[in-house]
Design a protein around this ligand. Sequence first.
Ligand code: ATP
Ligand code: MG
Length: 453
Amino acid sequence: MTEAHPIALPKPRIVPRDAHGISRKDISPNALRVLYRLREGGFQGYLVGGAVRDLLIGGHPKDFDVATDATPEQVKSLFRNCRLIGRRFRLAHVVYGREIIEVATFRANSDDGSGDREVVDDGRLLRDNVYGTIEDDAVRRDFTANALYYTVEDFSVRDFVGGYEDVQARVLRLIGDPEARYREDPVRMLRAVRLSAKLGFTIDPAAAEPIARLAPLLESAAPARLFDECLKLFLSGHAEQSFLGMEKHGLLPVLFPETAKALVTNRSGALRKMLVQALRNTDARIAEDKAVTPAFLFAALLWPAYCRELAVLQKGGVDALAAQQRAADRVTLHQAERIALPRRFSLPMQEIWLLQPRFAQRQRKRVFRLLSHPRFRAAFDFLELRLSGTPEVADDVHFWREAQALPPEQLADRIGAAPRAPTDEDEGAPPKKRRRRRRKPSAGVRPESGAEA
Ligand code: ATP
Ligand code: MG
């Protein structure tokens, strides 16, 4: 049993309304509705967590969480549009159309002997469902910057852990003993890197130091939770910074072992170039409000693993097409042990990989078939991405860029005039006497920087 770490609480600090920059017009009207309604019901209600932090630095929070001394049942009785979720720790969701305000009862993190809190031998927190005071609720949070409370009672910010100063100094400081807090919940290490990337805050040295050492603890984190965390790391507009932070703090080898290995062995830096480009493109698309898919992102992140698996299978004499499918399956299965990538993303991810060798094929029928493939666009974007590390695909990129731009008739003419000999697969090809299928030597993925790693 690990003992609850002692946390010396400084005197609560009240930052009055004219001393901080939070204005009610930046707060979701629905969150304000919840705060006022709780107050009318005789309860305390605070805006808390990431929203207060983001408001203090002039950001625009995407969700607003509320903490209260009302029990979930009491919250439910105050709102018609409220549903209770969660079995172990019940939360109230107050639903306004597409916006959900999450209302959580103050929670304590200390063992009160009720058995409601369980810590396993290695210090991991398994259950966490004891109600408590607002001070309890503050110290169970991860970073001081995430433990600030805003109230409509006097529009002040309440600070029990020194978070206000840390936000001003833009530093992420863990509440309590960093090592103990990471052991309780290893995902906090990823949160440190993610929030630092998102906010541009530095990680306090005491919170940064244990990360590389304790990184392997993340192996025991739930794969579904790690997937959610990956989405926030890589699909919130700061993917490049997240990736560099994970690399710097030694978290990459735990989440993406093959990728981390390949980055080290790939001396030319081509792989790094490709990955960074993928992350930059993702960030740019988000900045432009364009759609991004986890399938494409994971296709890039796991590409070195795929290339390596493929090379092994092909060396073992497996036929090109079979090797591609098998390599894709193996990588997907292997990665799923760590990060639960749902099938609706892993299937298109595989398709993006499997379509790559088809860009080398220029027979008329195949060209038109590939162009109308539902995953063509993503696969082509991926081909362009490979260009940044593999100049050999330049020809293909050029051809397919043009193929997309040309009207079909002109494209047909162009392919007809292409120097490549037509095969019997070509539509409209003149009948030949000998119908022997010619196998294209280029059916496999070209050896790539990531592959040799
Ligand atoms: P984001 O802006 O990315 O949503 P956030 O800090 O709001 O960042 P959430 O996952 O929405 O992150 O969590 C809301 C709040 O819950 C946090 O601000 C923090 O106070 C608390 N919290 C979340 N995860 C943990 C954790 N693993 N350990 C302790 N407290 C946590
Ligand atoms: Mg949040």
